[in-house]
Design a protein around this ligand. Structure first.
Ligand code: PLP
Length: 484
């Protein structure tokens, strides 16, 4: 007979202390680990091979499991929080963030309704309120926490769809006799637009990509033209997605002009501030939120630029009741769990079970304060501009886009004393520089395409990345380019 038992309280306390040491040690040694595994040594399947394939029949001691984390998991990771990780928008974990995650674990509540956990519900409301204040969002907006911006956008477009074709919720698109809707976003906007259209039955092809100007910002006159053409062809314009901080270059679309077009055409305006919105906590960046009061929905990802670890995204909707109307559905078995006068966050989305995400954000926001976070964002911007200056001073490289927030896009264009390579060759070489550096395990960058050309990309967004780290990465890039 197998004894029913959890770890004993004494043993648990001991293991927790060990884990505390492990976490503190890991954070200290992170900078000395390879940023990423070398794909030539640890290719696809290598991690699986290093782990027992059979599920355990008997329980194993924590010590052994933690040993396997060190032996097989840690070396197989891309360490996003490594000081030399410069991919995407940069990425960070901070000490308060780790503490916030740890406090959340033993509570393990389900924040579906107010009654199932009043503290989780009310803290969610409070933290959303703080973010709303920092973004200077008018009070008629209300928010809800989801995992990601992609999910936020999908919910926002579901509301847009319901308001444009009432009763889709009940009868479906065909039953409600819905027209073919069109959604507009710049050619630089995130692919979550198409994903949302797929999920909502609106059709991937009905997301129309609009050209951008020389700074990679959506061109309002091009938007007007695309909409006019669609109207002539009997499509129904539904929504425009304006991005504040695009994925490749962090460009910012002209929201006030786009808002005017939306108002004139009766379209839903969604602002994708997944990355850029966080920078609006800096007073000199208030302009980032210009025109936001005209939006119908806004996504902000504190897990990208406000120090909250993945996952944590807020969807704001002008009059949150519009979102509730589309998603509220209380089955009999949950009726006793709801208190109508209170906020039941399960009513504001597809998820029933909801993690207590607000707690980690509350710990972080209180630990840093707005000032503390602003100081880090200033440092990211300073480092991004410093890096851009190094590029400008080296005629073998050029900036591929204006430097925005913490993002720098650049391209190796060859040496003056060598024959100028073709564009195709330059694309390949820029890509090779990134691959070579990433395979070295000493730094990590990403690449993207701008106007059809491959460019390298550095994102500053890690509290562990210092000017020295950045200088080291720059030297590596120059050496890799020279060795081509
Ligand atoms: C501008 C922008 N919007 C949306 C997303 C999607 O974010 P998430 O992973 O939270 O869905 C990203 C991801 O990088 C992004 O850059």
């Amino acid at each position: 007979m197998i004894a029913l038992s959890d770890t004993s309280p004494e043993q648990f306390r001991k293991e927790l202390h060990e884990l505390a040491d492990w976490i503190a040690d890991f954070r200290q040694r992170l900078g000395s680990l390879p940023v990423a595994p070398n794909p030539a040594v640890a290719g696809p399947g290598a991690i699986l091979e290093a782990l027992p394939a059979e599920p355990p029949e008997q329980g194993e001691p924590f010590e052994k499991i933690l040993g396997d984390v060190d032996r097989a998991i840690v070396p197989g990771m891309v360490h996003w929080s490594h000081p030399m990780f410069l991919g995407y928008f940069g990425w960070t974990i901070t000490a308060p963030a780790i503490l916030g995650e740890i406090i959340t674990a033993p509570l393990n509540v389900n924040a579906m309704t107010w009654r199932t956990c009043p503290a989780a519900t009310e803290l969610e409301t409070l933290v959303i309120d703080w973010i709303q204040n920092w973004m200077n969002l008018p009070r008629q907006f209300g928010g809800v926490i989801y995992d990601t911006a992609s999910v936020g956008l999908m919910h926002a477009l579901a509301v847009a769809r319901e308001e444009a074709a009432p009763s889709v919720r009940k009868r479906g698109l065909v039953g409600a006799g819905a027209p073919v809707f069109r959604i507009y976003a710049s050619e630089q906007a995130h692919s979550s637009a198409e994903k949302a259209a797929i999920a909502l039955g609106l059709g991937e092809e009905n997301v129309r990509r609009v050209p951008t100007d020389a700074h990679f910002c959506l061109d309002p006159s091009a938007l007007r033209e695309v909409i006019a053409r669609d109207l002539r062809d009997h499509f129904q314009p539904l929504a425009v997605i304006a991005t504040v901080g695009t994925t490749s270059t962090a460009s910012v679309d002209p929201v006030p002009e786009i808002a005017t077009i939306c108002r004139e055409g009766g379209m839903w305006l969604h602002i994708d501030g997944a990355y850029g919105a966080g920078f609006a906590i800096l007073s000199e960046n208030n302009w980032l939120t210009d025109g936001w009061s005209e939006a119908d929905s806004i996504v902000v990802n504190p897990h990208k630029s406000l120090f909250v670890p993945l996952d944590f995204s807020v969807l704001f909707v002008r009059d949150l009741e519009r979102l509730r109307r589309v998603f509220t559905l209380v089955p009999e078995y949950l009726r006793g769990d709801t208190v109508e006068a209170q906020k039941n966050y399960m009513d504001y989305g597809i998820q029933l079970g909801r993690r207590f995400r607000a707690l980690k954000a509350w710990v972080i926001f209180r630990s840093f304060g707005r000032e503390g976070m602003a100081a880090w964002l200033h440092e990211y911007i300073r480092l991004a501009n410093l890096f851009a200056n190094w590029i400008k001073d080296d005629d073998r490289f050029e900036l591929a886009a204006p430097v925005r927030l913490g993002v720098v896009c650049f391209r190796w264009v060859g040496s003056a004393h060598r024959a100028v390579p073709t564009n195709e060759k330059l694309d390949r070489l820029n890509s090779e520089i990134v691959e070579k550096i990433n395979a070295s395990g000493r730094a990590y960058l990403t690449q993207t395409k701008l106007r059809g050309q491959t460019v390298m990309r550095v994102g500053l967004g890690n509290v562990l990345t210092t000017e020295d780290h950045l200088r080291e990465a720059w030297e590596m890039i120059r050496e890799a380019a020279e060795a081509l």
